[in-house]
Design a protein around this ligand. Structure first.
Ligand code: ZN
Length: 260
């Protein structure tokens, strides 16, 4: 199984386009390409199946840079803009496969996305629409088989909301999480590679911070942990040097091969 980090940045990406002439890099060293971060997303590839997790506003560039040839299904973690506002960028993949892409999400995310982007989903689109739907939407109520990949969802706390984490065979993905319950830790048991939220050093109401994320990792004990959703207050090299063995910050384009 192969995982590609399509993006590992905070909700605004790095640098932030806030009017600063070269973009706002925060504490990040602009000369290190690993500090240029797009919005979070991963691609998971098995021998015959390609699964995308989230559709970031940077998705078109992410698909092109990773030379993605097909997308069999999309798993949505939640409906925040940085995780789904690039969903229209999958239209080309829909044409290439001559049909909508299966999209899986919890009921709350489905309600949000089908009202915000009604045209894109088979269940909510106007029948007069000349263009076909991009997605066949499905509500996630438990594990789902996508080709030879089994996706096991688990619920994560994200401040006043919840998100879905996913266990995909030997790997797991936990973005946008500030709290994990015992059921989540049970699903994570035995995972080899865990890609996990780590927004910044200071605590935050909706995202895990460095100290808490390292405590989670010490509990789950994956062979390898990869930190993601890092904002402009985290410099790649600074964090890398502070990480214990087996833990490292992600960077865009990072590829992780895992024996199944
Ligand atoms: Zn979020």
């Amino acid at each position: 199984m192969k995982v590609t980090i399509l993006g590992c940045g905070g909700s605004s990406g790095i640098p932030i386009a806030d009017g600063t002439p070269d973009g706002n890099w925060g504490v990040c060293d602009p000369s290190n390409p690993k500090n240029r971060r797009r919005r979070v997303s991963i691609l998971v590839e098995s021998s015959d199946t390609t699964v995308l997790v989230d559709a970031s506003p940077d998705l078109r560039a992410q698909l092109l840079d990773a030379r993605v040839r097909r997308v069999d299904a999309v798993l949505f973690t939640h409906a925040h803009a940085d995780h789904c506002h690039g969903l229209d960028e999958l239209r080309g993949m829909t044409h290439a496969r001559s049909g909508p892409i299966d999209a899986y999400m919890d009921d709350r995310t489905r309600q949000a996305l089908t009202s915000r982007f009604a045209y894109a989903f088979a269940s909510s689109r106007d029948s007069d629409n000349l263009y076909g739907p991009i997605f066949q939407d499905h509500v996630l109520n438990g594990p789902v088989e996508i080709g030879d990949v089994q996706a096991i969802p688990f619920t994560q706390g994200h401040g006043p909301e919840t998100t879905q984490g996913f266990r995909l065979g030997p790997i797991a993905y936990s973005t946008d999480a500030v709290s994990l319950d015992d059921a989540a830790f049970e699903t994570l048991q035995g995972v080899e590679v865990w890609i996990v939220d780590c927004l910044r050093d200071a605590p935050h109401p909706t995202h895990s911070h460095v100290e808490q994320t390292l405590q989670w990792i010490a509990r789950v004990k994956p062979a390898r942990a990869i930190l993601t959703h890092m904002n402009h207050q985290i410099d790649y090299e600074d964090l890398r040097q502070r990480c214990p063995a087996g833990v490292e910050p992600a960077y865009d384009g990072m590829v992780i091969d895992v024996a199944v």
